[in-house]
Design a protein around this ligand. Structure first.
Ligand SMILES: [Mg+2]
Length: 262
């Protein structure tokens, strides 16, 4: 298997200084203030969690990914489309299959596949910034999407500064290999890097497999139901690894007792 030629980038701090305290894996959060030990840390997914990808962006990503595969591997549209779907199902991300089997340049691929302007395409619930600010506790963006795209979406929504740290796919590497969500090892790594005890962490996310892994890593979980999420659950039903099921960030705020211990 080829090693990555793409250097891992550190997570991007978007606001406060001094909150990033790496721990060795498995180490407890000794030295944290009582308040830090008590308040939850929210890990937010991006697509179909903080904004509605099915409105217009998913189509652009779809076109961009296919075009990027066509150009990178010199394939026609049908073959490129079939290949990226196959890798996406097998690895959870087209990028992983391309790196593993074709040794492509991940940075160029991420830039090409997400080259569109997001502003006219973003749709999200109203008052999202106020809602996020009302949700007490530190917030971290935790997305399998490339960072330049994630930043553009957050900026357009006016919520970039709601997040202390941004983890995009560029940061999701372990030992020189991409390990995006739903990797349990990655989730433990992120918590250790951020100095967060798993019991304090809550993953807010639309993709069921990512929530299942989060529970294995010891996190609490909020499922944001979105009808456009592939392989999602129906409108009802809550698996035992999901603590809470909501339709929006606003819905999460309305919960009287959102999560045990939160
Ligand atoms: Mg998502």
């Amino acid at each position: 298997m080829p090693r990555l030629r793409f250097p891992q980038q550190p997570p991007v701090r978007s606001r406060r200084a001094g909150v990033h305290r790496p721990l060795a894996t498995g180490q407890s959060l000794a030295g944290a203030t009582p308040q830090e030990q008590q308040s939850p840390v929210w890990l937010f997914d991006l697509d179909n969690t903080l904004h509605d990808t099915s409105y217009k962006i998913f189509r652009e990503i779809n076109l961009g990914m296919t075009a990027a595969v066509m150009e990178t591997l010199k394939l026609n549209e049908n073959d490129a489309s079939e290949l990226r779907t196959r890798y996406w199902r097998r690895y959870g991300a087209t990028l992983l299959g391309l790196v593993q089997h074709h040794n492509i340049d991940p940075h160029a691929f991420l830039q090409r596949s997400h080259a569109f302007e997001v502003a006219p395409l973003v749709r999200a619930e109203r008052g999202l910034r106020d809602k996020l600010n009302r949700l007490s506790g530190r917030k971290i963006l935790f997305t399998n999407a490339p960072l330049h795209y994630a930043r553009a979406v957050l900026k357009h929504l006016g919520i970039l500064r709601c997040f202390d740290q941004l983890w995009g796919v560029e940061q999701m590497q372990l030992h020189g290999r991409f390990r995006p969500k739903p990797s349990v090892t990655l989730m433990r790594h992120v918590l250790a890097q951020e100095g967060i005890h798993p019991r304090r962490a809550v993953l807010v996310e639309d993709t069921i497999e990512n929530l299942r892994s989060a529970r294995k890593a010891g996190l609490r979980t909020v499922h944001v139901f979105h009808p456009g999420t592939p392989f999602g659950l129906g409108k009802s039903g809550r698996p035992d690894f999901v603590d809470l099921r909501v339709n929006s960030v606003g819905h999460l705020l309305l919960q009287k007792r959102p999560l045990r211990g939160a």
